[in-house]
Write a protein that binds this ligand. Structure first.
Ligand code: SF4
Length: 557
């Protein structure tokens, strides 16, 4: 059913006779509350974010940056993957002080959604070409399998969309209060150990729900993950809805349903509803969960709007009951939990045999940073070795798929020549960084360059370190690089150095993890390191761990 807050009579599915709940004050549509309670809800009510595309193509791209309506510029543009980027040269101390218009550059970040992380070589080549022609060479691999450009001019957007859409790529709802990119196992359909291939569900959800006005005004962003890999390779624990491959003892392979995960404000690990979902039902169950979020989700405070807050109030039993009784109109089968993965790395780095006898090769740039030239070379290299497909991972890495055995060594060598190794150190493999102060308006400190230099320093200082380790670096208190679930999480902030000067640094969180023992790292009270001290600090922590660990002990224990 299409939800239109302009027309409360048709806005949201409501059970007959349902009374306004005590949460009417949270702006829930299902409680009959359609009066916007904040500026974001107002601009979404005034006009669907999806409609900004027409204005970009017919007005803004022709008249330039200064013709853009402020509610489009800092609001609806996101529905098409566009954020203004940070003006260069503004230090982190001013982030919280300046007005948005003082921080805004006249250029944009543009996010290309890559559902399931799956790309053809032709698509990657186009991504690389756009980067070189329109984005000053920038192109980062994000930890949600997307590609992100910077330096985009509004004037170039029609041509960029023409090229992306010409090869089946899109920026639709890559940002905004929408169903964001659908994470999928980067080795879906090819891995030897796969429980079930979720690709048909990823594609069907994309076809039915992305760019659909019935779901383009959600209380907040809505994140989805689907994977049938026993490695649990899509960070399902921190998505609003996740479908995780399991084998039901009677019904066979299917998915275990998780809801309500999310980091940032009040981080929560998603919770199991105890329900088993067959592959063909995944899109309908997705529709039920996202509809609950649209209809019952809180719309008063943006930092209390994610699905996790509704789940915390309802509990899993009520959530499942509402899903079944009001949306699916049938019961879901009970099902088992996923099993503990046999290894800690979940990124598919290295050379692995596929179930069809060919191989896939996962490789690691540093902190997801590549550029347009490199992406084009990767596409050429993959094609020259007989591959037509690649994947992006949720660890800011990439994989070349479908490589014949006699091509593997040459491909690995070619990647090495591009400084993209399939045999990375634990540091290069396990370090991620968000965008940071280079482009992000919310940032307080540098992240990408610092992450890359930290990797190089640690490789030099502890060359024999061979444990799985995750080091995640954020440029501010948000959670784009998942600091809460890293072994070593570094939250960017200004700190005092030994001389009492305010300098860039990090609050340290230790011992977080994803997986079946997922949990948040402990904020080490009072432990803040300056950026200059960071390599020394991490080296000390890791060397102590090396010296004191018991057999098989992992960092987080
Ligand atoms: Fe920007 Fe903060 Fe997100 Fe990093 S964590 S990309 S600095 S909002």
């Amino acid at each position: 059913m299409a939800a239109n807050p302009e027309n409360p009579a048709t806005a949201a599915p409501r059970a007959p006779g349902r009374k306004a709940s005590r949460h009417r004050g949270e702006g829930q549509w299902a409680a009959g509350h359609f009066t916007p309670l904040n500026g974001n809800e107002q601009f979404k009510k005034d006009d669907d974010g999806l409609n900004v595309r027409t204005r970009i193509e017919t007005i803004y791209s022709k008249r330039g940056f200064h013709s853009i309506d402020p509610n489009d510029l800092r609001g609806r543009m996101r529905w098409w993957g566009l954020y203004t980027q940070r003006k260069p040269g503004i230090d982190g101390g001013k982030t919280a002080i300046l007005e948005p218009e003082e921080l805004d550059d006249e250029y944009f970040m543009l996010r290309v959604r890559i559902d399931g992380g799956r790309l053809t070589t032709a698509q990657l080549r186009v991504i690389g070409e756009i980067s070189q022609e329109f984005a000053r060479g920038t192109a980062d691999i994000t930890d949600r399998q997307n590609i992100q450009y910077h330096w985009i001019r509004i004037e170039d957007m029609p041509e960029i969309w023409r090229r992306l859409e010409g090869v089946g790529l899109s920026t639709t709802e890559a940002c905004g209060d929408t169903p964001r990119v659908i994470l999928g196992s980067p080795v879906a359909g090819i891995a030897e150990d796969e429980i079930i291939d979720g690709t048909p569900a990823v594609e069907e959800i994309n076809r039915r729900f992305i760019g659909n006005p019935a779901f383009s005004n959600l209380p907040r962003k809505f994140k989805t993950a689907i994977s049938g890999s026993p490695l649990l390779d899509v960070a399902h624990e921190i998505n609003d809805v996740a479908f995780v491959g399991v084998v039901h003892p009677d019904l066979g392979p299917g998915f275990d349903l998780w809801v309500g995960g999310g980091l940032s404000t009040n981080p929560k690990i998603g919770q199991r509803l105890g329900a088993w979902v067959p592959l063909e039902d995944v899109p309908d169950v997705f529709e039920g969960v996202i509809s609950i979020f649209r209809d019952y989700g809180y719309r008063r405070l943006r930092n209390r709007a994610r699905l996790k807050f509704l789940l915390a109030d309802w509990g899993t039993a009520k959530f499942r009951q509402v899903l079944q009784d009001e949306y699916l109109l049938r019961k879901l089968a009970d099902g088992p939990a996923p099993e503990q993965p046999v290894q800690r790395w979940r990124d598919h780095i290295g050379v692995h045999r596929q179930r069809d006898g060919r191989f896939y090769v996962g490789f690691a740039p540093r902190v997801g940073r590549v550029d347009g030239t490199v992406l084009t070379k990767i596409a050429d290299l993959a094609a020259a070795h007989g591959s037509g497909r690649l994947s992006t991972t949720v660890e800011q890495k990439m994989i070349v798929l479908d490589v014949a055995e006699d091509q593997v060594d040459s491909l690995v060598e070619g990647l090495e020549a591009l400084d993209l190794t399939a045999r990375p150190s634990s540091f290069r493999r396990g370090t991620m960084a968000c965008t940071g102060i280079e482009f992000c308006k919310l940032a307080i400190v540098e992240t990408k360059a610092r992450g890359a230099s930290l990797i190089d320093e640690l490789e030099r200082r502890i060359p024999d370190f061979d444990e799985p380790i995750t080091i995640n670096i954020n440029g501010c208190p948000n959670a784009c690089a998942r600091i809460q679930v890293a072994d070593i999480g570094l939250k960017g902030q200004l700190v005092l150095d030994a001389d009492g000067n305010q300098v860039e640094g990090y609050q340290v969180h230790l011992g977080g993890a994803l997986g079946l023992q997922a949990g948040f790292g402990r904020k080490v009270r009072g432990l803040k390191v300056t950026a200059a001290e960071l390599p020394d600090y991490v080296e000390r922590v890791l060397k102590r761990f090396q010296a004191e660990r018991a057999d098989g002990e992992r960092f987080a224990t």
